[in-house]
Design a protein around this ligand. Structure first.
Ligand SMILES: *Cc1c(COP(=O)(O)O)cnc(C)c1O
Length: 346
């Protein structure tokens, strides 16, 4: 049997990766303890290391990015408050309504471009202080933007938004599930993000290939209740050093290589652009490729046609299809995909 025929190419998300041998070995060797008693040495090392990467006083390990973000929203707000974010924001669209469920807040949505907006737009949506308005207490942004197709923010615009936050007494949270991708793509540093935001969540299980884990960073004052909120959300873990060890391994081995994922995504985009059945391919800055088919092409059939060739992609709704490159998307898979796209008959 031809092995390449059975090769399954899964581009639905960068979360489909499995730990490599090296990562599993690092996990096996982890020194662990009960983290509820704050006695897991490996978790402590990971938290210290991430905090210092961002120049922040504290970091806390979470089982998911959603929980890290939801904790941040809770830390920054009181019930009845308003969060200012983009209409594409993950915290608004893909966290099961958690902002209202957990924190009792509403979201004021900005009509941005690919998930990004301008400082001026923030100023425009801040409610007056009259008592009948909901009071804004937090601005939340995402870098890279997920629904926005892996787009990277202009750091100068973020600085301007920080000023708006300072002038209006608003917190500033960064959902950095794919911040590593932005930093590599734009040659930026964790320190510069740490100096701009009050809290940042970063993910270890997307681009970095860990099985589990996100971290929330911030200075001691804002982070004071983070561990209590994590407990309320049911996020306490015990010998989580096994997971933290995977995170430490990923920080050492899997950040710089993200540029390979970005290069592959661009090459996929170029091939898609050549296909007559495709209407638009959104600009590709990192590892996410979002495209739309021509109106006369049946989306379900197109996705199924690829699935029959062992290529898995997902629909984002609204006619948008998505491919995401990642650690387990090999050169051989890439070559095969490009060849299939070249000869795609539909
Ligand atoms: C995936 C993702 C999250 C949530 O992470 P989970 O670990 O799946 O809960 C948050 N924000 C963005 C932008 C994401 O892409």
């Amino acid at each position: 049997m031809n092995l390449s025929k059975r090769m399954i190419i899964d581009l639905r998300s960068d979360t489909v990766t499995k730990p490599t041998k090296g990562m599993l070995e690092a996990m096996m060797q982890a020194n662990v303890g009960d983290d509820v008693f704050r006695e897991d040495p490996t978790v402590k090392v990971l938290e210290k290391r991430i905090a210092s990467m961002f120049g922040k006083e504290e970091a806390l390990f979470f089982p998911s990015g959603t929980m890290a973000n939801q904790t941040a929203l809770k830390l920054h707000t009181s019930p009845g408050d308003q969060i200012i974010c983009d209409k594409y924001a993950h915290i608004y669209n893909y966290e099961s309504g958690g902002a209202s469920f957990n924190s009792g807040v509403s979201c004021k949505l900005i009509d941005g471009n690919r998930g990004m907006f301008k400082a001026k737009q923030v100023e425009e949506v801040i409610n007056p202080s009259d008592y009948w308005y909901a009071q804004a207490s937090l601005v939340e942004i995402e870098n890279t933007t997920n629904k926005g197709g892996g787009a990277c923010w202009d750091f100068n615009e973020l600085k301007k938004i920080r000023l708006v936050c300072d002038n209006n007494n608003l917190g500033f949270h960064l959902d950095g599930a794919r911040l590593w991708n932005a930093i590599v793509a734009k040659n930026e540093t964790t320190q510069q993000y740490g100096s701009l935001f009050d809290t940042i969540s970063v993910c270890l299980s997307k681009g970095l290939g860990c099985p589990v884990g996100s971290i929330l960073v911030g200075d001691s004052e804002i982070m004071k209740n983070a561990i209590r909120i994590r407990k309320i959300f049911g996020g306490n873990m015990r010998q989580s050093g096994y997971l933290a060890a995977a995170g430490l391994y990923a920080l050492d081995n899997n950040i710089e290589r993200l540029d390979q994922d970005h290069k592959k995504a661009k090459e996929i985009g170029e091939e898609l652009t050549r296909l007559s059945i495709i209407n638009t391919v959104e600009p590709i800055e990192t590892n996410i490729v979002i495209f739309e088919l021509n109106k006369d092409i049946n989306e379900k059939e197109f996705v199924q046609n690829l699935a029959d060739k062992n290529i898995h992609i997902i629909s984002m709704g609204g006619g948008k299809l998505r491919m995401v490159t990642h650690l387990d998307y090999t050169n051989a898979m890439h070559e095969k995909l490009l060849n299939i796209l070249k000869t795609l008959k539909f």
